[in-house]
Write a protein of this length. Structure first.
Length: 650
């Protein structure tokens, strides 16, 4: 009997196990919530008319949250006083602080900032709207904002409209009428626009919250294209995923297609011509440096108040002349801890005019003369001990401490490109560079011959040696002692360095034919993977040539040099000047040794937002918020069947 009972119990257990594997079930703890929150009501009603209330309440079917409402939620028309936006439980409340305008459509664009509170399921792009008049405006326009200089997407910049009949000065005097904000791809959608109107589109990185262009430091974009909103019925494909790997279905969904949807704005910051003295410093005892916000050909002057300034300085300025350094010639002044100077320089006054300003500064180095002397003494004592040890061991030693040579960097690689030259860079200003003591030799067969070169002064600290380099030739650069002497009397030690100019077979040649650019001056820039310029060439005939290109992967950027100064120039709103046009070749360019690469390119063939190769784009697009679809994956792991249920079935 006991055995029979045991068999019966075993059979019952097996039946129970088999039946549990065959039926649908749910894992311990239940299924994940994969349903996005849904709007169940709003007060005033969404798309309501004749609205007078300034407080909006939007209700949802579950607890929700808003991600970074300050950045992601845009109210249009723009609000001078910031609206109060908060999510509480199953409700979002928006309180407008500005007075409502009559007969105006208001939109509150939440973008994709709304998710449910637990699983983070996104509602998707959601916009609430109402009208203070009898009709609500529903038109939209969209496009992209890109950096004019390098076609990077501009994230978070304000984009807005004015009616086209208004004067250009409206951008500097009145707030934008309707606004939106770009996403991580530089994309924008301006909603709630009246049908039948004509508009012009602007972009503004608003620094002071007044929604119009007031400061040169504000990034802007504008053009003269007149935008006329329109719409037509259209369809698109929507893809539904069962999980992160498996496709559920693709459906064709009807929607309203708004135009134009390809507005292109090139954002720029104007040249900061307002000149102010940012700072001054005496970082090291031998020089004083002044930093300005903007350069000027008329450099500042310095007069000593507690020292004789007669022939006291060597003045060195950066290329833009916005940083000016006064080097002290006299070591007595270098050793003087406190220097009081009167400085005259040009600055911009409140009327925007350059005027002369006079300031008095007391300049002190970071380390005092006494501290520096103490460090020198310590260094000398350590050197002395080292020489005494060498003497005791009977090894060669120095009885007199050698004089430090001039600190001179020479950029002479062992393998030199034929189109490169050799840079001499000194730590201190040079007062002498004697070419009779600088020798360049080239080797032909087994004999060394003197080679021609030219030494040019680039600045007080830099010289460039230009040679007639011949491919596959060996060279020897020999610099005698005292060829260079700085303002403190330090001279160089003798140096000798050998190098070889690489042969033509080590390089690639890149040739571009540009369509539609024949009568324009174009500067072409060969770029590396960091978007940095490797080589540059100028063309007036539509043909671009790059020689001596080292093997590798490159990219190409061009700009139309309107003023033929060889530099990319930004725009100016007051002068109605757009920044110079920039284009990117949309593909990588592979260059191999001994190869000639020939390409044809129409820079205007592709939209600007589709030109810059993805590998160069630094402003990457944010990952689109999607439902995670974890239930199907979980069910598959547990070996049970899962069929999603809608909220109404719960």
């Amino acid at each position: 009997m006991v055995a029979t009972g045991f068999v019966v119990m075993l059979l019952c257990s097996l039946v129970t196990l088999v039946s549990s594997c065959a039926r649908m079930g749910s894992p311990d703890g239940g299924w994940y919530d994969e349903d996005p929150p849904q709007v169940v009501g709003a007060s005033p009603a969404d798309r309501g008319t004749n609205v007078k209330a300034k407080k909006v309440r939007i209700s949802f079917d579950e607890f929700i949250k808003i991600e970074n409402a300050t950045e992601n939620v845009v109210v249009s028309p723009p609000q001078i006083e910031m609206p109060e936006i908060k999510a509480t439980g199953k409700r979002i409340e928006v309180e407008l602080k500005d007075s409502l305008k009559p007969n105006t459509t208001y939109t509150i664009d939440f973008s994709d900032a709304i998710t449910d509170n637990n699983e983070g399921n996104p509602l998707g792009n959601y916009t609430y709207s109402f009208s203070t008049g009898a009709e609500i405006d529903t038109m939209e326009v969209s496009g992209y904002v890109l950096e004019a200089e390098n076609l990077e997407p501009v994230k978070g910049i304000m984009v807005g409209l004015y009616e086209s009949g208004l004067p250009d000065s409206v951008f500097t005097t009145e707030p934008l009428v309707r606004v939106a904000r770009t996403d991580s791809r530089g994309h924008f959608v301006i909603k709630g626009i009246a049908a039948g109107g004509c508009y012009r589109v602007y972009a503004l990185q608003d620094a002071d919250g007044d929604y119009h262009f007031t400061q040169k430091s504000e990034k802007i974009a504008f053009n003269h294209d007149v935008v006329v909103p329109s719409a037509k019925p259209d369809t698109r494909q929507d893809t539904l995923w069962r999980d992160s790997v498996h496709l559920e279905r693709i459906t064709v969904v009807p929607y309203t297609h708004f135009f134009p949807d390809d507005i292109m704005l090139r954002a720029f910051t104007e040249v900061q011509t307002d000149r102010v003295l940012i700072k001054n410093e005496r970082k090291d005892p031998d020089h004083i440096t002044f930093y300005f916000s903007y350069g000027h050909d008329e450099l500042p002057t310095v007069r000593g108040l507690n020292f004789d300034d007669t022939d006291a300085f060597i003045v060195d300025a950066t290329e833009k002349k916005d940083t000016v350094t006064f080097w002290l010639r006299d070591t007595t002044l270098v050793n003087q801890d406190t220097l009081t100077v009167e400085t005259k320089y040009l600055m911009t006054d409140t009327l925007g005019q350059l005027v002369e300003k006079v300031d008095t500064f007391t300049m002190m180095p970071k380390e005092s003369y006494a501290k520096r002397q103490k460090q020198k003494q310590k260094f000398f004592e350590e050197w002395q001990k080292k020489q005494e040890k060498l003497k005791k061991r009977g090894e060669p030693y120095d009885s007199i401490m050698p004089v430090e040579p001039i600190v001179l960097k020479i950029n002479a690689p062992q393998q030199l490109d034929p189109d490169k030259n050799i840079l001499f860079d000194s730590k201190y200003p040079l007062q002498k560079a004697d070419t009779s003591m600088i020798h360049l030799y080239t080797k032909r067969d087994t004999v060394w011959y003197q080679a021609r070169y030219e030494l040019r002064k680039l600045s007080e600290l830099k010289y460039m040696l230009y040679g007639e380099w011949r491919p596959e030739q060996e060279y020897s650069l020999e610099i005698d002692s005292m060829a260079f002497c700085d303002i403190y009397g330090f001279v160089n030690h003798p140096q000798k360095m050998g190098f070889k100019v690489k042969g033509n077979d080590a390089y690639s040649t890149l040739l571009f034919t540009l369509t539609g650019m024949k009568d324009q001056t174009v500067v072409a820039q060969l770029l590396n993977a960091n978007d940095a310029v490797v080589k540059e060439a100028t063309s007036d005939n539509g043909n671009v040539e790059f020689f001596y290109v080292n093997p590798g992967t490159y990219y190409l950027r061009i700009f139309v040099d309107r003023n033929k100064n060889g530099l990319w120039d930004t725009g100016n709103y007051a002068l109605d000047e757009q920044p110079e046009d920039v284009y990117y070749y949309h593909e990588e360019i592979e260059c191999k040794a001994k190869w000639d690469v020939t390409l044809n390119w129409d820079p205007k063939e592709r939209l600007l937002n589709l030109q810059k190769p993805d590998k160069l784009v630094k402003q990457k697009g944010d990952k689109k918020k999607t439902i995670k679809r974890r239930n199907a994956e979980r069910a598959e792991k547990l070996g049970i069947k899962y069929e999603p249920k809608k909220k109404s079935e719960d």
